[in-house]
Design a protein around this ligand. Structure first.
Ligand SMILES: CCCCCCCCCCCCC[C@H](O)CC(=O)SCCNC(=O)CCNC(=O)[C@H](O)C(C)(C)COP(=O)(O)OP(=O)(O)OC[C@H]1O[C@@H](n2cnc3c(N)ncnc32)[C@H](O)[C@@H]1OP(=O)(O)O
Length: 719
């Protein structure tokens, strides 16, 4: 929808009206076409100003329409006729002008932006390119280097930067519509051809080829197999070499290919999955929109190790006041130094004042008496956490929430030692907590909807992507991770090397292979957990450790590495070799190859040739198979939540949507067949057995992922 208003004598205003972001849906495009035609017919009108309802220009094309049959006036043609119009067209940008929204503005003859506006062409993040002339018009304004950077990254820029780059003609602190009208009045009658970007010649320069080569190398290095950034470079290169009409043909060709790609579908799915995660629901019917979250201003953080430091920094950066507690003066001092330095560096980088006044350091629980919520981030030990929880109850006010940053311990067991089980939830941050976007909010069997609402709202306030999950060992992310890690280890036993497994995973698009991640996190962490859980004990022979524990196949390789003091990056040796302790560059270690050969000999394992395909199938399908079990158990509300967790917490490649989306793309019957195949070969690995939900979905014709929730409901109702 677009509203047409005649303003003072010679100006008409066209207001895009499609809340919340004035996306350019078919109805909006029709409204614009009709309004422009009205303005062109009115002899009194000499200029048209475009703006958006609620001081929001436009969030671009309506992404929801891409999955259906597209109808209505095509955006490309609409923008072209705006640019070609004989009447002056001016864009008044407030809020955002993104994607098609910015392309519409680029079709106008002048652009005025409010100082707070943000502009960008984020199409690459959705798996395609600015396909309404953006790849051809933007370079003609900014030059090729800036256009390449903006289009291949999708980065949003401020109005000020847009002014410097020549994307807008004027920036105003006041009302952009008013400023656009004034500008229009001052230029009415001036020739429009110099303002029509499509009439400008290609932006050729002698170094075009090298600039594009450099951009191509950069995107290939960062995109991890994503097609869209490469296509963006090709399209912008066309703007440098070809006249506008030919460049548009190239843009169209590239867009056609990207638009139909599974990568675009995955990225658009990820866009909506991320937004849906905030719309949490609990099995008891409580939901984001029927539960009120009370306000939190003061937060206590207990433990200033790696996790506690990151959590404290995230909270303070969001303007919350924090009391950070440690158990002894030495640890407090080292935590204080680290947190202070992190906050100062961040403030300096962002050019803002230091927020250190929000932070208090404490040694006594009594100093937590006035906080609204506590996040416990002490060592991952149930007894220690229980002690902290019961001590807290002695000092906290009655309504204060107690949250645990455990990465997998039983939240209900912890809640039981408190006097407020309904106010206990998990807030599982990921390391480093001030950088990683994911937060699993874990509800226990007694957690109240209000407590979940408070934790979700707090997470959102500190700019995390929050997903509400149920309580089970490892919750969603780490429960699935265990099976992924198990498969990777079994592959080593069967003949693969760490670098071979990692290479297959990185070619698939993971940010880092699983063995590199393990080295980064520290192999000793899992070792301690396995010791605490009874998997390793005095009855295990350290020289010839059993490959069978608690009734199933067990791989002792990581324990054997830890016995050798190989803890990963921190000791300079783990699955890989590092130049020195703490160094990050992983190099294959011949000692590991010998170690694996000796191990296989010792246990009579004949090494097999493992293909990359097998690595991906066993790792990715195992993840999805456990994801189905998580859905059966009601631990996650839907497959989208699982995918968001893997996208934001575990480096799953975004252009593959997430493990559940990937399974749906490959085909559920294929996944089922492969799981049956691998389970037949490895009957000693129960987790390879296809889950009931997977079988059931296949039996019911493999419905699209958006319908899985209905099948899960049916599954529960028959239990
Ligand atoms: C068959 C073969 C054919 C081949 C050829 C096809 C040719 C087709 C030609 C097409 C031409 C292409 C044109 C153009 O180049 C393409 C585009 O413009 S794509 C869209 C680009 N825009 C974006 O990526 C912006 C996305 N949105 C955002 O970044 C943010 O939403 C925001 C605008 C910055 C606002 O952020 P917030 O305030 O935080 O709000 P939310 O993010 O929570 O969003 C609120 C609400 O709005 C929904 N929404 C946001 N943007 C869009 C959108 N562009 N379309 C539809 N819906 C959108 C979002 O989902 C939220 O919904 P809710 O969760 O509240 O239901």
């Amino acid at each position: 929808m677009a509203r047409y208003t005649r303003l003072t004598e010679p100006i008409a205003l066209i207001t895009l009206n499609n809340p919340p972001v004035n996306a350019l849906s078919s109805a909006v495009r029709s409204g614009i076409v009709d309004s422009v035609s009205q303005a062109l017919k009115d002899d009194q009108v000499k200029a048209v100003v475009f703006c958006g309802e609620n001081r929001m220009f436009s969030g671009g094309a309506d992404i929801k329409e891409f999955s259906g049959s597209m109808s209505g006036p095509p955006l490309v043609r609409m923008i072209h006729s705006i640019e070609a119009s004989e009447k002056l067209m001016v864009a008044a940008i407030e809020g955002v002008a993104l994607g098609g929204g910015l392309e519409l503005a680029l079709g106008c003859h002048y652009r005025v932006a409010n100082t707070k506006a943000r502009l960008g062409l984020p199409e690459v993040t959705l798996g395609f390119l600015p396909g309404a002339g953006g790849t051809q018009r933007l370079p003609r304004l900014t030059g090729i280097t800036a256009a390449l950077e903006l289009i291949t990254t999708g980065r949003q820029i401020s109005a000020q930067e847009a002014l410097q780059l020549g994307i807008v003609d004027q920036v105003t602190e006041g009302n952009a519509v008013q400023a656009a009208m004034e500008l229009a009045l001052s230029v009415i009658g001036q020739p429009l051809n110099p303002r029509r970007l499509s009439l400008r010649p290609p932006v050729w320069s002698a170094d075009v080829d090298s600039v594009c080569e450099v951009a191509l190398a950069r995107v290939k290095q960062h995109s991890r197999g994503a097609m869209a950034p490469v296509a963006c470079v090709q399209a912008v290169r066309a703007a440098a070499m070809l006249p506008y009409s030919k460049g548009m043909e190239k843009e169209r060709q590239l867009m056609d290919t990207l638009f139909r790609s599974s990568q675009a579908r995955a990225l658009q799915y990820a866009f909506f999955a991320q937004r849906n995660a905030g719309k949490w629901s609990l099995p008891n019917g409580a939901r984001w929109n029927n539960t009120k979250a009370r306000d939190v201003q003061r937060v206590g953080v207990i433990g200033l190790g790696t996790m506690g430091r990151g959590i404290a920094v995230s909270l303070v950066k969001a303007g919350l006041s924090v009391v950070a507690l440690e158990s002894d003066a030495k640890q407090l001092e080292s935590g204080k130094k680290a947190v202070t330095a992190m906050l100062q560096r961040d403030a300096q980088r962002r050019g803002v004042g230091s927020p250190l006044h929000l932070l208090t350091f404490a040694l006594s629980f009594h100093q937590l008496k006035d906080v609204d919520l506590v996040i416990e981030a002490v060592f991952e030990d149930m007894n220690l956490k229980k002690r902290v929880f019961s001590d807290l109850c002695k000092v906290l006010r009655a309504g204060t929430l107690i949250c645990t940053n455990t990465s997998g311990l039983n939240v209900d067991e912890l809640a039981k030692v408190t006097d407020r089980q309904h106010l206990v939830v998990g807030m599982h941050f990921f390391a480093p907590a001030h950088v990683m976007k994911l937060l699993e909010v874990v509800y226990g069997s007694r957690s109240s909807p209000e407590a979940v609402a408070v934790a979700m709202a707090l997470g959102k306030r500190i700019q995390k992507v929050c997903v509400a999950v149920g309580n089970c060992p490892g919750f969603v992310g780490n429960r699935m991770l265990k099976l992924y890690m198990d498969q990777s280890l079994y592959l080593l036993e069967e003949g693969a090397t760490p670098e071979q497994v990692d290479q297959a995973l990185e070619e698939f698009g993971f940010a880092m292979g699983i063995f590199k991640v393990a080295d980064l996190s520290g192999l000793d962490v899992g070792w301690r957990v396995r010791k605490a859980s009874g998997l390793i004990g005095p009855d295990i022979d350290p020289v010839n450790p059993s490959r069978w524990r608690l009734g199933q196949r067990y791989c002792p390789l990581p324990d054997m590495l830890c016995q050798q003091g190989r803890f990963g990056q921190k000791t300079g040796r783990g699955w890989y070799l590092y130049n020195s302790p703490g160094s990050k560059e992983a190099k294959p270690d011949p000692e590991i190859l010998n170690f694996l050969e000796d191990y296989r000999l010792k246990y009579g394992i004949t090494p097999q040739r493992i293909s990359s395909q097998e690595v991906i199938e066993r790792c990715a399908f195992s993840l999805a198979n456990e994801g189905f079990r998580i859905l059966e158990d009601g631990i996650a509300a839907g497959p989208e939540d699982i995918d968001v967790i893997y996208l934001f917490g575990y480096g799953w490649p975004r252009h593959r949507g997430g493990p559940m989306f990937y399974a749906s793309q490959v085909g559920l019957s294929v996944v089922l067949e492969k799981m049956e195949h691998y389970h037949r070969i490895h009957p000693d690995v129960p987790s390879l057995e296809p889950s009931r939900l997977l079988r059931r979905l296949v039996a019911e014709g493999s419905p699209p992922i958006q319908q899985w929730r209905n099948h899960i409901k049916n599954l529960h109702s028959q239990l």
